[in-house]
Ligand binder design. Structure first.
Ligand code: NAP
Length: 260
């Protein structure tokens, strides 16, 4: 399938590893030029090199913390026009809500709600003016089915989801769509953090913790960043302009509701 987005420019946040890198590779495969960000420069440059060897696109790298105003300015200055925005950053730490104070909540909301909203604010009007825009927020299955030890994530990401639910309906008439990808358990570094939280809470071994997580997935396996990236690319396609305000679960069937 040709998604008809070759030559477009995407800003993909948190793209040196994991799900962000999966999105970057899939979009590059469609001929989309990239700006990719992450804090660690070495992994970011390695990711850019990997993408360039696989696809004939330009890949600009911006080593920055996307949860800060300075970081976002650097990232946005790397390309004059952003047609596709993939918001993403590390998830908040697991823990127990009685231990969290205002600063912990502010940090989580800053990273997983305000940062995406600020990026959208700074790119959406250009997309509207050019009559094309695709915005994808990488959130979490926890938005639909809260995970007890990830309370900071449950809260902050649901705030973002509520906001973009409204905005997506305001901008779609300009062929600008906003959708959220909700990962269940995927085989990335972040998965290790979830397993370690189980170890901490239950005293089980890491191996048993991973088995516990696997046992929650009807597909019987963890998701891969590559298949996550393909879903992202599809929603960014020229033909996906009628799909907006959606929360797409990628969880191997883990969510137990009758409807997704
Ligand atoms: P990952 O493998 O740890 O990769 C995270 C990427 O984001 C890295 O490139 C990281 O690079 C970058 N990053 C983190 N914080 C950043 C910041 N402040 N500014 C810029 N870049 C930043 O994680 P992942 O599994 O791809 O997860 C992506 C998102 O999906 C996270 O929010 C995670 O909580 C969520 N999620 C993941 C799963 C899963 O099973 N994997 C499930 C549910 C939700 P640097 O560290 O060098 O900055």
């Amino acid at each position: 399938m040709n998604l008809n987005i070759a030559g477009r420019t995407a800003l993909i946040c948190g793209a040196s590893k994991g799900l962000g890198l999966g999105c970057a590779l899939a979009l590059a495969g469609e001929g989309v030029n990239l700006v990719i960000t992450a804090r660690g420069e070495e992994a970011l440059e390695a990711a850019a090199h990997n993408i360039r060897t696989r696809a004939n696109v330009t890949v600009a790298t911006v080593a920055c913390d996307i949860t800060t105003a300075e970081g976002r300015e650097l990232a946005l200055n790397a390309a004059p026009e952003i047609d596709i925005l993939v918001t993403n950053a590390g998830g908040p730490p697991p823990g127990e809500f009685r231990d969290w104070r205002r600063d912990d909540w502010i940090k989580a909301v800053d990273s997983n709600m305000i940062a995406p909203i600020e990026l959208i604010r700074q790119t959406v009007d250009g997309m509207i003016a050019r009559g094309f825009g695709r915005i994808i927020n990488i959130t979490s299955s926890a938005v639909k089915a809260p995970i007890a030890f990830l309370g900071l994530s449950n809260g902050a990401r649901t705030g973002l989801t509520g906001f973009v639910a409204g905005l997506s309906r305001q901008v779609v008439k300009h062929n600008v769509t906003i959708n959220n990808l909700l990962p269940g358990y995927h085989a990335t570094d972040r998965l290790g953090a979830a397993a370690k939280a189980i170890v901490k809470n239950t005293g089980s071994s890491l191996e048993d913790a991973e088995k516990t997580l696997l046992g929650q997935i009807p597909a019987g396996r963890f998701g891969s960043p590559d298949e996550f990236g393909l879903a992202c690319a599809f929603l960014c396609g020229a033909g996906a302009g009628f799909i907006t305000g959606q929360n797409l679960m990628l969880d191997g069937g883990a969510y137990g509701g009758t409807f997704g």
